[in-house]
Design a protein around this ligand. Structure first.
Ligand code: HEM
Length: 437
């Protein structure tokens, strides 16, 4: 905000050894998204995965691999084809919650909501995508790597990055081990992505780093967003809003206890997808917590015009263009009382904005154009399921204030919380049969 007030809605900075044109006016974004050859995401990501994930150049730059992966994303992550992954996630999520609660004292217990959300969402999505032999014990290494990935990318000296690189290497080894013994009941997306790597003749190390890359994309944003959604719901919404969301969750899940006193659910995914209050919470949480920067590499000299001032700027071949989503999300001209968490705005107006006319460019946590996040539907299913199930199962009393947003991860995606946030959780009376203690 500060920069654009001073320098206008387009300005250039020198970042990581490259000239970067920063564009803050979302009305310019469609021009950038539309011409994906001129403003190229793939070139940028090729460089990133080689440095950050240690994927060899031959795999990172293989067009056949990239085309095959994209075809798989469309095939397994869009429309109703994502349902098997969502169902597997809900199944694993309930299993994990059953595990966590089976020894809870009847009067409830205190949990750290950040760690708890991370643990259950990480575990369930890992199992849903990679199957029962997924290395879910690498969770803390995945988050350690995530914390320092931007430093690895920016080529910081090894005495700063070595602990993050070591965490990454442990994760890749765990994936290689899983591949050596074979994935058990993986989702078709993980199985087919690995098959493409095998068909193209890549070795175990490359397969391990590539699947770890998929796991990183799957995990880091969703686990943070799951925490924020529940934390905001508990601290910043009205009881009327919570009640309506509770009713939606009840309808979409139909939770019950089995004859062996285990929690189970019959999810209705279309209902979950369209539920207005869950969707409003999801959108408002991503609006306020996302620090997404969309990066593109300029493939030939071109002129970009600032529509407000009419000034023209030269974007040079080889330079970067950066589009900060957060700048749009917190723009008072676009969102009324933009700095307030007010999920009702998404019920009152179609796109949550003042004039209801921004459409998709008003909310950009998932990027845009050809590289628009392919996991966005699954992410919304995971997060809504987690929130709706927690609300069905527990009475929750917040003991700490909402943590702050960790700005050191600005640019990577959903920002990490700076605290742990303790919450007293008590299983609701109707589910007490699930307690084994
Ligand atoms: C709240 C959760 C998530 C957020 C905020 C998020 C955000 C993003 C963003 C910002 C991009 C880059 C888009 C661009 O620059 O235009 C991206 C790409 C990507 N995301 Fe997500 N993501 C989330 C969840 C997921 C999940 C659950 C998966 C996997 C199932 C996933 C897989 C990917 C992949 C594979 C790409 C690269 C796409 C490409 O190469 O074109 N993401 N995501």
């Amino acid at each position: 905000m500060v920069f654009s007030k001073k320098y206008g809605s387009i300005f250039s900075i020198y970042l990581m050894g490259r000239t970067t044109m920063v564009i803050t006016n979302p009305r310019v974004f469609p021009t950038i998204f539309k011409d994906s050859k001129l403003f190229d995401f793939r070139n940028f990501i090729e460089g990133l995965v080689q440095v950050v994930l240690n994927i060899p150049k031959a795999a990172a730059t293989s067009k056949a691999l990239k085309d095959a992966n994209h075809a798989q994303y469309v095939k397994h992550l869009t429309g109703s084809s994502v349902y098997p992954l969502t169902e597997a996630f809900i199944y694993s999520l309930l299993n994990k919650i059953n595990d966590e609660i089976s020894h809870l004292p009847t009067r409830g217990t205190t949990i750290e909501l950040v760690g708890f959300s991370q643990k259950v969402v990480f575990n369930a999505s890992c199992k849903a995508l990679f199957g029962s032999t997924c290395p879910s014990d690498i969770r803390s290494d995945v988050f350690l790597f995530d914390e320092g990935m931007h430093l690895i990318f920016a080529n910081f000296p090894s005495f700063i990055t070595s602990k993050y690189i070591k965490a990454r290497e442990r994760c890749i080894s765990a994936f290689m081990k899983m591949l050596e013994t074979g994935m058990q009941n993986p989702n078709a997306l993980a199985a087919s992505q690995d098959q493409v790597l095998i068909d193209e003749g890549f070795d175990l190390q490359t397969r391990g780093s590539s699947l770890f890359g998929l796991m990183w994309g799957l995990q880091t944003n969703s686990t943070q967003a799951a925490f924020w959604c529940l934390a905001y719901l508990l601290t910043k919404t009205t009881s009327d809003f919570r009640q309506k969301l509770f009713e939606e969750g009840k309808e979409a899940f139909k939770v019950s206890l089995t004859s062996t006193n285990t929690l189970t659910a019959t999810p209705n995914i279309p209902l979950l997808t369209s539920a207005p209050y869950l969707s409003a919470l999801f959108n408002e949480t991503l609006r306020t917590t996302s620090g997404t920067l969309m990066w593109r590499e300029v493939s030939r000299d071109t002129v970009v015009e600032d529509p407000e001032s009419g000034r023209k700027f030269l974007a040079r071949k080889g330079g970067l263009v950066s589009l900060p989503a957060r700048h749009v999300h917190l723009d008072e001209g676009i969102y009324e009382r933009a700095d307030e968490f007010r999920p009702e705005r998404w019920i009152e107006s179609k796109d949550g904005t003042r004039d209801g006319k921004m459409g998709r460019i008003g909310l950009l946590p998932f990027g845009g154009g050809v590289s628009l996040c392919p996991g966005r539907f699954f992410a919304s299913h995971e997060i809504k399921s987690f929130v709706a199930l927690m609300l069905q199962l527990f009475d929750m009393e917040v003991l700490d204030p909402l943590p702050g947003l960790g700005l050191n991860q600005y640019g990577v995606g959903v920002m990490a919380p700076t605290g742990k946030m303790r919450v007293q959780i008590t299983l609701k009376n109707e589910w007490k049969g699930a307690l084994k203690a």
